[in-house]
Structure formats: structure tokens, C-alpha cells
Design a binder for this molecule. Structure first.
Ligand SMILES: Nc1ncnc2c1ncn2[C@@H]1O[C@H](COP(=O)(O)OP(=O)(O)O)[C@@H](O)[C@H]1O
Ligand SMILES: [Mg+2]
Length: 250
């Protein structure tokens, strides 16, 4: 839940742009090829093959995410989905925080019902290899900027961090992500993020507590974090711990 999730961070589109640049995030550019397709391209040339395998796997379980049409190297061509991100809808007041929290919790719940593919292996260049392995597919970046509200329901995008793991870890990462915004006292969205966090913890079937330290550790090494943002991670994790303890032992 970072403004950079919806607003280009100022990188100029390359001269040979394959289409209209929709967004330019911390690691990837997303181009509209036409009304039906987008191209997501890693700028640093990272191999998208591992996440494409997970994407195709979750689609076979009807998980709501775009279909991969073609993938090669650091490029993924997928179906284009239309609608505001959950973040945009919240900012515009088009969805209540309680409903937004339920959307996030439902996307977690449905994903964790998808069994980890037996053959999938974590690429060697990924942080926290010891957090690979678990019963489910996990997204590990499931925040409102990565959810598109389409006429067919919410769709989850941006599978860059996906791996196999535990539902607790995935829920804990989302909670810490939201909490980072909540503890940023000077931020415009601090109050809303606090309310969203409380609603998300309430809506989740899974307690993040057991995975909170791992989630904070993962967040601390997230690519694209500014030094000031990194300092918010431990404070965010503490806020989550306090809120969970209130929710679980009122
Ligand atoms: N298949 C898609 N169809 C339409 N828009 C998309 C699609 N995939 C991504 N986007 C848009 O591009 C933005 C950035 O894509 P994302 O995969 O989240 O990359 P990153 O956050 O790493 O830059 C998303 O928030 C969404 O608005
Ligand atoms: Mg994203």
C-alpha cells in the first residue's frame, strides 16, 4: 500500500516501448498491448519463469488472476483486466474499509486452498530461502495496490514474491504491509490504514502471530524500500502484534 504502487515513479518509458505504458513500479513496467492484453516486463531482466509457473498453477484452480498468454525471459503477456485497483477504490471512497479488508481476506483464503505444486522450486536469487516450502501457494505481496476490481470480481496481480509457504506467513506479510502505512504518523493514510488493519485481522481466518517475525524480516529486505520505509517495518510488526492480541484475547 504505497503511492508508488499506482503512480509511476518517474522512470521514462524506453524509446522502443511495446505499447502504452500503464504503470512503472519498483521492478517492472506494465504496458497495454491492446484492450485485451498487457505486457509486464522486469526492467532488470529478472527471469519471470518461476512466477509464471505458479500463476498457471493457481489458474488451474480457478484462482482470480489474469491468464498468462505468453511468457519469455523477463516478459509476461497476460490478459488485461479492467477496473480500479483496490487502493484507488478505497482512496476514492468507492469501497468501505470493511469491504476492502474482506476482499483481501477472501483473496488470501482462496489462495491458501490451492496446494503447493510438487515440482516448484524457489529461484536461488530470492531472499529468505528458509521461508520456502509449505502446504500452499503464497503471494507475499497481497496489498490493495495489487488487487484490481473488475466487473467479474477482484483479481490479484503481481506475483513477483509468490512461492510455496504457509497461510500464516502470507497473512502476516499483508498485515505488516498495511501496518507500515498505519505507523507512518505523518502519512496521509495513517488513520485509514489502522482501521483497514483492524478489519483485515478480524476478517482473516488465520492468525499472523506465529509468522510475524518472519514477515517483518521479509519486509525489511523488500526491493524498492526507502530507508525511512524500512524503519517503519518493526514498528508496524509491533502494531500488528498488539492488535492481534486484542482481537484474540479481548
Ligand atoms: N493484467 C493486467 N491488466 C491490467 N492492469 C494490470 C495488469 N497487471 C498489472 N496491471 C496494473 O499494473 C500495475 C503494476 O503491476 P504489478 O504487477 O503490480 O507490478 P509492480 O507493482 O511490480 O510494478 C498494477 O497495480 C495494475 O494497476
Ligand atoms: Mg504491484
Amino acid at each position: 500500500m504505497h503511492p508508488g504502487d499506482v503512480v509511476p515513479r518517474g522512470s521514462a518509458p524506453p524509446g522502443d516501448a511495446p505499447g502504452h505504458l500503464l504503470t512503472s513500479g519498483s521492478s517492472a513496467d506494465v504496458y497495454a498491448l491492446d484492450d485485451e492484453r498487457v505486457l509486464r516486463r522486469y526492467r532488470e531482466g529478472r527471469d519471470a519463469t518461476p512466477e509464471v509457473e505458479l500463476l498457471r498453477h493457481v489458474r488451474t484452480f480457478d484462482y482470480p488472476t489474469p491468464d498468462v498468454l505468453r511468457a519469455e525471459g523477463s516478459d509476461i503477456v497476460m490478459t488485461r483486466v479492467h477496473g480500479p485497483t483496490l487502493l484507488q477504490a478505497m482512496t476514492a471512497g468507492e469501497i468501505t474499509l470493511a469491504d476492502a479488508a474482506q476482499v483481501l481476506a477472501d483473496l488470501h483464503g482462496m489462495l491458501h486452498a490451492v496446494p503447493a505444486p510438487a515440482s516448484w522450486r524457489l529461484p536461488q536469487d530470492r531472499d529468505w530461502p528458509h521461508l520456502d516450502g509449505g502446504p500452499s501457494v503464497v503471494h507475499l505481496d497481497l496489498h490493495p495496490g495489487n488487487v484490481v476490481l473488475t466487473e467479474n470480481g477482484p483479481m490479484l496481480v503481481d506475483w513477483a514474491n509468490a512461492r510455496t509457504g504457509t497461510p500464516e506467513l502470507d497473512v502476516a506479510v499483508t498485515a505488516v504491509l498495511i501496518a507500515e502505512v498505519a505507523v507512518d504518523a505523518g502519512g496521509d493514510y495513517s488513520q485509514a490504514a489502522r482501521a483497514l488493519l483492524a478489519a483485515f485481522l478480524h476478517a482473516s481466518d488465520v492468525s499472523p502471530l506465529a509468522a510475524l517475525d518472519d514477515a517483518a524480516a521479509l519486509r525489511s529486505v523488500a526491493p524498492g524500500l526507502l530507508p525511512g520505509e524500512r524503519e517503519l517495518v518493526p514498528h508496524g510488526a509491533e502494531l500488528v502484534r498488539t492488535m492481534v492480541e486484542i482481537t484474540e484475547h479481548p
